[in-house]
Ligand binder design. Structure first.
Ligand SMILES: NC(=O)C1=CN([C@@H]2O[C@H](COP(=O)(O)OP(=O)(O)OC[C@H]3O[C@@H](n4cnc5c(N)ncnc54)[C@H](O)[C@@H]3O)[C@@H](O)[C@H]2O)C=CC1
Ligand SMILES: O=C([O-])CC(=O)C(=O)O
Length: 331
């Protein structure tokens, strides 16, 4: 079976390197690039790469979004504005909420079976918006909708490796749960595999660095945007895992921000946290998010405190997204 992948927001800081990585993947046979600007050029450039994926670029004119998305198997969405110093992810809501809503409406119409991976911030709200739009159109399958939180996992691997002296950060598996902004990000070092020992005097700073790693990049870029290259890596890593699961590979697990009541095993986590949307380790398989693995048993005292702060912030972000989907501001 050939796989058609789409990047929406393909000309941007994340979109371009993400499209490059997807173009090189042997799992993809067709790659469609959609953006409101520059996709013909990005597509022409990538088309010279001698990998199998057939590439095409679309702009809004001539129903470009519909043609790009039509019958896609997987759609990755990094469309929307990024932060500047001094902004929170929630400050992006007013613009990005409408962008994501519009894209999902088109997807619901022309690619209702697509696996949708949302990168656009604030993820804590844009994923609930997407779910509500898909529900309203009668095509919501919670196993196919993912908020991409992989960058938090990638950061946790990197920063923990620095502290424990592990030369290959990728050999570490560290669950990061909750949401994708500040205190809603909860790294679970106690569940690292192989086990790691974080010196007590380094724990608080390490947690903060994972939670606010995005700010570190925003500050360093000094007005020129937020993480793009590390996000492209993280988005590609997650997309490949979804595709490998679809192809029948077993044992693939990666945290993602999903609608818990719709994923096997998710109900109990939703009850315990009071949040219907939450990032937890997800077992990926031939139908997408096959199982939510419960990370809440065995949290240590520090992690219980982090979880409390996470849930307080996350609930409001989710409600804001749901409300927007039902009552978008009139233009
Ligand atoms: N989930 C995560 O871990 C992360 C999320 N992000 C988020 O990803 C988003 C994109 O970031 P960047 O690529 O740095 O921004 P960017 O501004 O470089 O690129 C965004 C692209 O989206 C396009 N776009 C705008 N409206 C569109 C529409 N209606 N349809 C299609 N394309 C549209 C723009 O033309 C632009 O090319 C931001 O919201 C950012 O906050 C960034 C890093 C990590
Ligand atoms: O910080 C930002 O705005 C972009 C982002 O989500 C991240 O780097 O984690």
């Amino acid at each position: 079976m050939g796989i058609k992948a789409v990047v929406a927001g393909a000309s941007g800081g994340i979109g371009q390197p993400l499209s490059l990585l997807l173009k090189t993947s042997s799992l993809i046979s067709e790659l469609a690039l959609y953006d409101v600007v520059n996709t013909p050029g990005v597509a022409a450039d990538l088309s010279h790469i001698s990998s199998p994926a057939k590439i095409s670029g679309y702009l809004p004119k001539d129903d470009g979004a519909k043609t790009a998305f039509k019958d896609a198997d997987i759609i990755v969405i990094p469309a929307g504005i990024p932060r500047k110093p001094g902004m929170t992810r929630d400050d992006l809501f007013n613009i990005n909420a409408g962008i994501v809503k519009g894209l999902i409406e088109t997807i619901a119409e022309v690619a209702p079976k697509a696996y949708i991976l949302i990168i656009s911030n604030p993820v804590n709200s844009t994923v609930p918006i997407a779910a509500e739009v898909l529900k309203a159109k009668g095509v919501f399958d919670p196993k196919r909708l993912f908020g991409v939180t992989t960058l938090d996992v990638v950061r946790a691997e990197t920063f923990v490796a620095e502290i424990v002296g592990e030369s290959n950060p990728q050999s570490l598996t560290i669950p990061v749960i909750g949401g994708h902004s500040g205190e809603t990000i909860v790294p679970l070092f106690s569940q690292a595999k192989p086990a790691v020992s974080i010196p007590e005097d380094k724990y608080a700073d390490l947690v903060k660095r994972v939670q606010f790693g995005g700010d570190e990049v925003v500050k360093a870029k000094d007005g020129a945007g937020s993480a793009t290259l590390s996000m492209a890596y993280a988005g590609f890593r997650f997309a490949e895992k979804v595709l490998r699961g679809l192809k029948g590979e077993e044992g693939i697990i990666e945290p993602s921000f999903v609608y818990l009541p719709g994923v096997a095993g998710g109900d109990v986590i939703a009850k315990e946290t009071g949040c219907d949307f939450f990032s937890v380790p997800i077992q990926l398989g031939t139908s997408g998010a096959e199982k939510a693995l419960n990370p809440l048993t065995g949290l240590d005292e520090n992690e219980k405190t982090l979880l409390k702060a996470c849930v307080e912030g996350l609930k409001g972000n989710i409600t804001k997204g749901v409300n927007f989907a039902h009552n978008p501001p009139q233009k």
